[in-house]
Write a protein that binds this ligand. Structure first.
Ligand SMILES: NC(=O)c1ccc[n+]([C@@H]2O[C@H](COP(=O)([O-])OP(=O)(O)OC[C@H]3O[C@@H](n4cnc5c(N)ncnc54)[C@H](OP(=O)(O)O)[C@@H]3O)[C@@H](O)[C@H]2O)c1
Length: 291
């Protein structure tokens, strides 16, 4: 029975990145649709759930992607709304790569956390207003960290933090931090700093974090120079700088890619799996623990 993956992308052109990783994750054939909306996805889902016998449904799966996480989430809801009884297939959401990226970064950070857990840590997600930062903030809050996100505009950061708080069920602070000095203030007292700014956006100077005693771990998600956090190497994977554990984008990016492939492989093991942030983070933690 061929493993068929249906890639539903909310952008006009389905992402090549997701297509390649779908094959590398074990799909025999990938069919990619662009510009898919909750209004148009129904018939596509029906084609996936009505065509194979119950024992064979696990060989059909759905991947939801695109550059917008809110659109991806709406599409995932519409996909799931078509499922009933045994008429379902496994589905993964990874719009903008946000779930796999945030999960991979945090799995490494959790592994290196001094107490072995992110619980109780004070975490600041710099430029946490984008899809990767929002996913990371949500996961950190659900893990029991106290979380602040920053953005250049206080009102936008505040609005996003309020929406995340509602979702996480705990308060996430949003702070306007438009320049290096206000971001340096924002990380005062933090134990963990994760930078999730747009590529090539310097967010934090080395002098502003290197002497900060409370800081134990830093991670920069941006692979494109100049670094988001000055002084962190893009290949860093648990490297010590100024007595702090550091991760760079490529350093944790290898796990992100392996995680994405593993998620695709899991889709074909059963027909009722839904892989979103929490499930993908749990898998990332397991992969780090297994080495
Ligand atoms: N390592 C990996 O495997 C991996 C995988 C995927 C993505 N990434 C990286 O992860 C990072 C986050 O991705 P994303 O898609 O969530 O980012 P994004 O949406 O492009 O940007 C995140 C935030 O950066 C802020 N920003 C934009 N331009 C800026 C500037 N010039 N100076 C300071 N801040 C600026 C914006 O926040 P405000 O407007 O609110 O300030 C924006 O909401 C990116 O660097 C991306 O390349 C890494």
């Amino acid at each position: 029975m061929k493993k068929l993956l249906y890639q539903f992308d909310t952008d006009p052109h389905p992402a090549v990145f997701d297509n390649v990783l779908a094959y590398d994750g074990g799909a025999d054939h990938v069919t990619a649709y662009g510009g898919v909306t909750p209004q148009t996805v129904g018939g596509l889902v029906e084609g996936a759930i009505f065509t194979r016998a119950p024992r064979d449904k696990k060989s059909t799966a759905i991947f939801v992607g695109g550059s917008s996480m809110p659109e991806g989430e709406a599409l995932l809801s519409a996909v799931r709304a078509k499922f009933f009884a045994g008429f379902r297939v496994s589905v993964m959401l990874d719009s903008n790569g946000a779930n796999t990226t945030a999960a991979a970064a945090l799995a490494w950070l959790a592994h290196h956390a001094p107490a072995g857990t992110l619980r109780g840590m004070r975490a600041v997600v710099l430029a946490g207003t984008g899809p990767v930062g929002q996913r990371a903030a949500l996961l950190l809050a659900r893990e029991g960290a106290s979380v602040m996100i920053t953005g250049r505009q206080a009102d936008r950061a505040g609005a996003i933090a309020r929406a995340l708080s509602e979702r996480a069920g705990v308060a996430i602070e949003g702070r306007g931090a438009a320049d290096m000095s206000t971001r340096a203030q924002a990380i005062q007292g933090a134990n963990l700093v994760l930078a999730t700014g747009a590529a090539a956006s310097p967010l934090l100077a080395e002098a502003d974090w290197s002497r900060q005693d409370s800081l134990q771990m830093l991670c920069d998600a941006s692979p494109t120079p100049p670094a988001g956090i000055e002084g962190i190497g893009v290949m860093d994977r648990g490297a010590q700088h100024h007595g702090k554990v550091c991760f760079g984008a490529i350093g944790f990016g290898a796990l992100k890619l392996a995680l994405h492939r593993r998620c695709v492989a899991r889709l074909f093991e059963q027909n009722d799996l839904v892989l979103d942030a929490d499930e993908i983070f749990a898998m990332a933690r397991q992969m780090v623990a297994l080495g």
